[in-house]
Write a protein that binds this ligand. Structure first.
Ligand code: TMO
Length: 312
């Protein structure tokens, strides 16, 4: 009788200990981290994966479409997103959140811009007087003509999977469609190759780019379009005649992540990278030509003072 009582109270104590948050252990199930098609995002995937592994967690990398990933997080196929760029993914993120299953896991220190722009030599050598004001474009279509642009100036957009028809709609809405046409790059590398070649030949180039990126160091110049306002985009009911927002960079997670992996979730919620740190992650690949995995290893080794506090 007495022994049963002791056993019962021991069991109760053990149950209490295991259910108390301070003693909760992360599940051994892998944390699924998505990889997309630009360098900082892939390097940061491996940086964050390395941080989780340093805490004893298992991770798995999943190649995912950068818009569809929010639905994948919502239904649990992917655990997190660590680079939610306001301009490009804000809508998909909030749509998934509204349906239920996605939570906001905080904001990086870096602020962002994703916009059409010109390499610095275009400004320095005054190839299109009046830039970066967008209205200058009305007088320089010939400066931005290419073999494949049908006599018009070309806007070289990123892959269509990022923004769909955002830029073609903008060209039309700003009254530039007679003079300019949008072509989509197959991948980010094509953007960097064009920037390098335009610079070498002192040639005009309008190209989609973003900050934080490795190009921050070169002084890439973003075109100043009419200011972004809530609802100005076609997808939000507007006519699309506005530029991109100066935006945030957030982190997202499946709503169960804090329960299945409380320690990893706490670390993830604390993770905050700066413009400089994100630019470095991209530069290790796009300038130093390292693999994404090696770049992440090097970044983690060089920056313990930055990331160790996230795990404590
Ligand atoms: C989402 N991106 C950083 C490529 O604009």
């Amino acid at each position: 009788m007495k022994l049963t009582k002791i056993l019962a109270s021991t069991t109760l104590a053990a149950t209490l200990a295991f259910s108390a948050p301070a003693f909760a252990e992360d599940s051994s199930q892998p944390i699924k981290i998505p990889t997309h098609n630009w360098s900082s995002q892939i390097v940061m995937a491996h940086v964050i994966g390395g941080i989780f592994q340093s805490m004893g967690n298992n991770v798995e990398y999943v190649t995912a479409d950068s818009q569809a990933v929010y639905e994948a997080i919502r239904n649990g196929d992917v655990t997190i997103s660590h680079e939610v760029w306001q301009s490009t993914f804000g809508k998909s993120f909030y749509n998934a959140m509204e349906k239920g299953g996605v939570i906001d896991a905080g904001t990086h220190a870096a602020t962002t811009l994703e916009e059409m722009g010109v390499p610095k030599h275009v400004i320095d050598n005054n190839l299109c007087p009046g830039l970066p004001n967008w209205e200058a474009l009305k007088n320089c279509k010939d400066v931005f003509k290419t073999a494949d642009s049908g006599g018009k100036g070309r806007w070289l957009e990123g892959p269509q999977s990022w923004h769909g028809d955002l830029m073609p709609v903008r060209v039309e809405a700003l009254g530039l469609a007679d003079d300019y046409t949008v072509t989509f790059a197959g991948g980010a590398d094509a953007l960097w190759a064009e920037i390098a070649s335009a610079k070498k030949d002192n040639r005009g180039l309008i190209v989609f780019n973003w900050t934080p990126n490795f190009t921050d160091a070169d002084g890439f110049v973003f075109i100043e379009f009419p200011e972004y306002k809530e609802g100005c985009r076609k997808a939000d009911g507007g006519d699309g005649s506005c530029g991109s927002p100066k935006g945030w960079l957030k982190k997202a997670a499946n709503y169960k992540f804090p329960k299945t992996h409380p320690a990893a979730y706490t670390a993830f919620s604390k993770i905050s990278f700066t413009t400089k740190q994100i630019g470095q992650m991209a530069a290790l690949v796009d300038i130093d030509k390292m693999t994404h995995k090696d770049a992440a290893k090097k970044w983690l080794a060089d920056n313990e003072a930055v990331w160790k506090p996230f795990t404590q």
